[in-house]
Design a protein around this ligand. Structure first.
Ligand SMILES: Nc1nc2c(ncn2[C@@H]2O[C@H](COP(=O)(O)OP(=O)(O)OP(=O)(O)O)[C@@H](O)[C@H]2O)c(=O)[nH]1
Ligand SMILES: [Mg+2]
Length: 275
């Protein structure tokens, strides 16, 4: 179900935005959706279908770095639908790298990253994309923690809850803005904005680069509530069991360090868009 919507609010720091009911033209706008995936053969078909139904003219770029059938499933769908672009990312270095590959192949000026495991709802895309399409924001953060977001179908472990809270508070403190969900996989941007951000990390830590560099580059940020679910299959990019715990601890430490590094040593403007 789409989150309950409120009247748009953009506060003085242009950071909070709750999208009003999206107009029909939002769903017809051509946009590029990038799906980074590793082992997502259980959900990739459903994911592509639901995105295509929601955003009727979306091009969907599937960047597969794993060894299961995810690519083959996307390829089969693309044989009938040329708007699906499957890429076998042979030198896959992580999610950040896959997203960069996707951006380099994107046709349209409005681009969204979307997780293949259906933890987020494709049906929330119009809400997430509306601030970009209406030229009211340069970056949108789909937040699991804003009022209106329904995460009742997700069981946050104590570990992840505390980790998210620390990262969100730390980043907000460093940049003096309230970013409610730094690590969300539901982010969207304009081509110009993402080129100016020019994130460098190849793994999960690039997620912190986007909101931080957006603020430091004085871009307009919108935060929109999105619903969140348990994984619907596949294998987490963090691995399972002890590997998952290790990956989450390492990612958490790197996120905190990277945020401090950007704030104190690397806060200058990045490259501007090539014309
Ligand atoms: N190409 C590529 N995609 C990745 C990589 N790691 C993760 N992904 C994809 O990025 C998306 C988000 O990764 P997840 O593993 O779901 O991360 P998460 O949501 O923090 O972890 P879970 O809650 O365990 O699902 C998924 O579609 C993954 O398949 C990677 O190394 N390469
Ligand atoms: Mg996931």
């Amino acid at each position: 179900m789409t989150p309950k919507v409120k009247k748009p609010i953009i506060n003085k720091k242009r950071i909070l935005y709750m999208q009003d009911c999206p107009e029909d033209n939002i769903k017809d706008t051509p946009v590029s959706i990038i799906i980074a995936c590793l082992f997502e053969e259980d959900t990739i078909g459903d994911c592509i279908e639901r995105i295509s139904k929601t955003m009727k003219n979306a091009e969907i770029i599937v960047v597969h770095g794993g060894t299961d059938k995810t690519y083959d499933i996307a390829k089969k769908i693309s044989d009938k639908n040329p708007k699906i672009i499957p890429i076998r990312n042979k030198n896959d270095k992580g999610k950040g790298h896959a997203i960069k590959v996707g951006i380099s192949r994107a046709t349209y000026d409005i681009i969204c990253q979307f997780d293949a495991d259906l933890q987020f709802e494709p049906e929330n895309l119009p809400n997430v994309l509306a601030p970009l399409i209406n030229d009211e924001a340069d970056i949108v953060i789909g937040s699991r923690f804003l009022s209106g977001a329904d995460a009742s179908n997700y069981s946050f472990s104590f570990f992840r809850s505390v980790g998210n809270w620390i990262v969100n508070r730390w980043v907000s403190l460093l940049i003096g803005r309230n970013i409610s969900d730094v690590t969300t996989g539901y982010k969207a941007w304009t081509r110009k904005a993402i080129n100016s951000i020019d994130f460098r990390d190849d793994k999960f830590v690039y997620e912190v680069e986007i909101p931080m560099r957006a603020v430091l580059n004085d871009l307009r940020i919108a935060q929109v509530p999105v619903n969140y679910y348990n994984r619907k299959g596949g294998i987490s990019g963090h691995g399972t069991g002890i590997n998952e715990i290790n990956s989450l601890i390492i990612t958490g430490i790197l996120l905190l360090w990277k945020a401090a590094f950007i704030r104190f040593f690397d806060s200058g403007k990045r490259k501007t868009e090539k014309s």
